[in-house]
Design a protein around this ligand. Structure first.
Ligand SMILES: NC(=O)c1ccc[n+]([C@@H]2O[C@H](COP(=O)([O-])OP(=O)(O)OC[C@H]3O[C@@H](n4cnc5c(N)ncnc54)[C@H](OP(=O)(O)O)[C@@H]3O)[C@@H](O)[C@H]2O)c1
Length: 281
């Protein structure tokens, strides 16, 4: 039995589908079990990182945990709460979803503290550090439908944009197979691409122009604060994006291909598979 936290989110949902299709029994953790889709071999459990008793119930009898904490200031505390529950319950393996460039952001990164807690836990651990998700561009859909430019906080800076389905596939492999203890994988797509590159690919897929508007750091900060994001997370996001803008985000690795035995998925393929989500009203 594998416990998937963040089961109602982008990566967690993809992971549930993949493990269910592979016939692996899965427990899907969420604060609202009604949100978990009915899938073969998947049971929903209520769990909240701020409620240790709920975590103890969620990990009871599981062999491995996929640890995904939402992008906000308490990431490290949430990671520590789950690691403590997993240790107490005799869970063998924990796979944590972290983020690329965590070491460079250092004290700015909540994920780095969470990674340290896991490394020091004595559990069989693996850390996955994905690059920017291709699915982030779904937030452009309303602007594209309105014919408005999409915001670009990272200028011509490039990133190894990764398909969330590839991240989930790596997580599924690491959770179910041995041999990954102590490994840190940096998960990227096959190429470093900029926001204007992504807009060009989307334009080709959708058959409509996708103009881009530069978003300076101060304006980007205002947008994130206005969206109600945690103040600490806003600073991490703004700082991380400025690193990308300055050219420090172009890392591409072959970790996805090495682990899955097939190439990572290019952004344009992700966009083609999600065409309907950009066109639907
Ligand atoms: N987006 C990117 O480009 C990117 C790149 C690298 C790394 N990351 C990392 O990826 C992670 C986000 O993954 P995602 O996009 O798949 O997540 P997501 O779609 O934002 O979903 C967040 C998940 O966290 C759960 N959650 C939130 N607060 C919770 C709490 N107190 N207790 C239990 N569960 C809680 C939510 O479940 P319920 O609401 O159902 O409870 C939901 O399933 C973050 O750690 C982020 O730093 C993101």
């Amino acid at each position: 039995m594998i416990l998937i936290s963040g089961a109602t989110g982008t990566i967690g949902r993809a992971l549930l589908h993949q493990l269910s299709a592979q016939g692996v029994p899965v427990r899907a953790m969420t604060r609202d079990p009604a949100r978990v889709r009915d899938l073969p071999g998947v049971e929903a459990v209520r769990g909240d990182f701020t409620d240790p008793a709920s975590l103890s119930r969620a990990v009871a009898g599981v062999d491995a945990v996929f640890l995904l904490t939402a992008p906000s200031a308490p990431v490290a505390e949430h990671d520590a709460a789950m690691v403590a529950a997993a240790r107490a319950a005799g869970v063998r393996r924990v796979v944590k979803l972290s983020a690329i460039r965590v070491p460079e952001l250092d004290e700015w990164s909540f994920h780095l503290a969470g990674e340290r807690v896991l490394r020091d836990s004595g559990l069989d651990w693996t850390v996955l550090r994905p690059a920017s998700f291709a699915s982030n561009t779904l937030s452009w859909a309303p602007a594209i439908r309105a014919g408005a430019p999409v915001p670009n906080p990272s200028g011509a800076g490039r990133q190894g944009v990764v398909d969330p389905r590839d991240v989930a596939a790596v997580a599924a492999r690491v959770l179910t197979a041995g041999g990954h203890h102590g490994a840190v994988y940096t998960l990227t797509g096959p190429a470093a691409i900029s926001v204007p590159d992504q807009a060009r690919h989307l334009s080709a897929v959708l058959g409509t122009p996708v103009p881009v508007r530069d978003l300076p750091a101060a304006e980007y900060r205002e947008v994130l604060v206005g969206a109600g994001m945690d103040a600490g997370f806003v600073e991490v996001a703004v700082r991380g994006t400025s690193v990308v803008r300055e050219g420090g985000g172009a890392t591409v690795t072959d970790d996805v291909a090495r682990i899955l035995g097939r190439p990572a998925t290019p952004y344009e393929n992700w966009a083609g598979a999600h065409r309907a989500a950009f066109l639907a009203g």
